[in-house]
Every structure is written in structure tokens, then in C-alpha cells.
Design a protein around this ligand. Sequence first.
Ligand SMILES: [Zn+2]
Length: 272
Amino acid sequence: MAALNSANSEADTSAHNHPIVGDRVIEGDGTSLDAWQNWQDLHNLSRLNIAESMLPHQRVCVFAPHPDDEILGCGGLLQQLAANGNPMVLVHVTNGTQSHPNSQIYPPEQLDSIRPQESQSALQVLGVAQQVTTIALELSDGNVFAQRSQFNEKLAAIIQPDDILVTPFRHDGHPDHEATGQVVAAFAKQYQLPCYQVLIWAWHWAKPADSRIPWHNATRLDLTAEQVQRKTQAIACFKSQITVDESTGNPPVLSAQTIARISQPWEVYLYE
Ligand SMILES: [Zn+2]
């Protein structure tokens, strides 16, 4: 989800070492879970029905800027697609090697294998591993904006004419999420493919009814209690992201509040 040491020119770094894009600032605890739960319009959004919107023969390609975004954003969707019979491709845009600057425990060369392994464990826990093919694009973590043309070329080699694309929201707030959203959404538009943009970091920086999110395009996927439980268990597979780094004393990359906020019985997708 987070790459903390962004080196690209379009992102700044805050006092808390979180990357900033435009006015979408990821700092502190973010918007509370209560605030989202109490926002009535969230409960009134149109519902995404997988069986109606995604025919079983259609392949669904889910883009994760970092290994864990596929579960945080789409852990419910992946389960429902598996039940619906859709083949799935998980594309790790980067391997998330920059999540622990200066760490003795999680140096980049270790994270390069640890984080994809955590993702595979999470897919097993979700019960979808058999239907998911994972592809690693191996772009540099924290620097996806600068590699957009390379990203686009790789997309052309992967995407097929009948695919459905799923990506983070192109204004999700984290530079790699925004770069991924922009590249994938533009590709989908060019080839007239369905494209769903999921909210991930937006839950942190946005407020209910926030005008920076096109809520009129939002559709909500409801998760059953069992699906939420599996998603929660899958998130627990990302040990590198949920534990304190003893070598630096840094808190977990994913705070308890972030995990609680993303583990609700809904996922929200923007469909333009
Ligand atoms: Zn991410």
C-alpha cells in the first residue's frame, strides 16, 4: 500500500515521511471509521453485482502498485470473482521494496521476495489462488510516475481484447497508486475496455461527500461476513506491513486504524 521514500518529482514528502500528491495528503490517523460508517450516502450507493457486470468467461486484471493493494482494495472482489468463475490476473506493478527505509530487518533486496510471497499466502487464505495468475512488472517502488511509458508498453503485452481492468483510483493520494490508476485508466479508454478504480488510500485522506471523489460514478460491492473475515485473515499475511520494525523503531506501515477502515463489508469502485 505504502512506499514511504518517494523519489519522484511529482511527489513531496511530509514530516511523517508519507508521500503527498496535490491536495490529497496522507498523514496522521486519517478520517475515522466512524465518520465513514455514519455517512448515509455511502450506504445508498448503487450496488455492484458481479454476476451481472462481469461475465464468467471474462478475464479480470487487477493492478496492485504494491503487493498488498490487491487485498486491501479488492479482497472481497477477488473472492466474488472466484465464485463467479472468472479467470484473474494479478499485476504487481512494483514489488514494494521501499516500504522500510534504513531497515536492517526489511532491506529492499529482502522485500523484493518477501512482499510477493506475502501476497501469495494472502491469495491462498482468500481461497482464490487457483484462479489467479500473478505477473510482476518490476517497476521501481515509489517511482512509477517516471516509468509510465515503460508501464504502458508492458500493459500492451498483457491485456487482451475482452479483459476487465481493476486499478486504484487515479487520484488515490499515493503517487504510485495515482500513476497506476492513470496509466491503466488511459489504456482502458484507448481500447474501450471496462475499468473499475478502487478506493484505497482515499479512505484515509478524503472526507464523506468529499468533492475530490466523483461519487456519482461510485458503485459499492457488498461483502458477506465470511468474505470480510477471509479478507481480514488475508491482510494478516502481510507481516512486513503490520508489525513494528525493531531495527528502526518505526510503527507498522499499516496502522490498526488503516486496517480497520479497509476491512469493512464494502469496497467502493469508480466506474466511468
Ligand atoms: Zn500501495
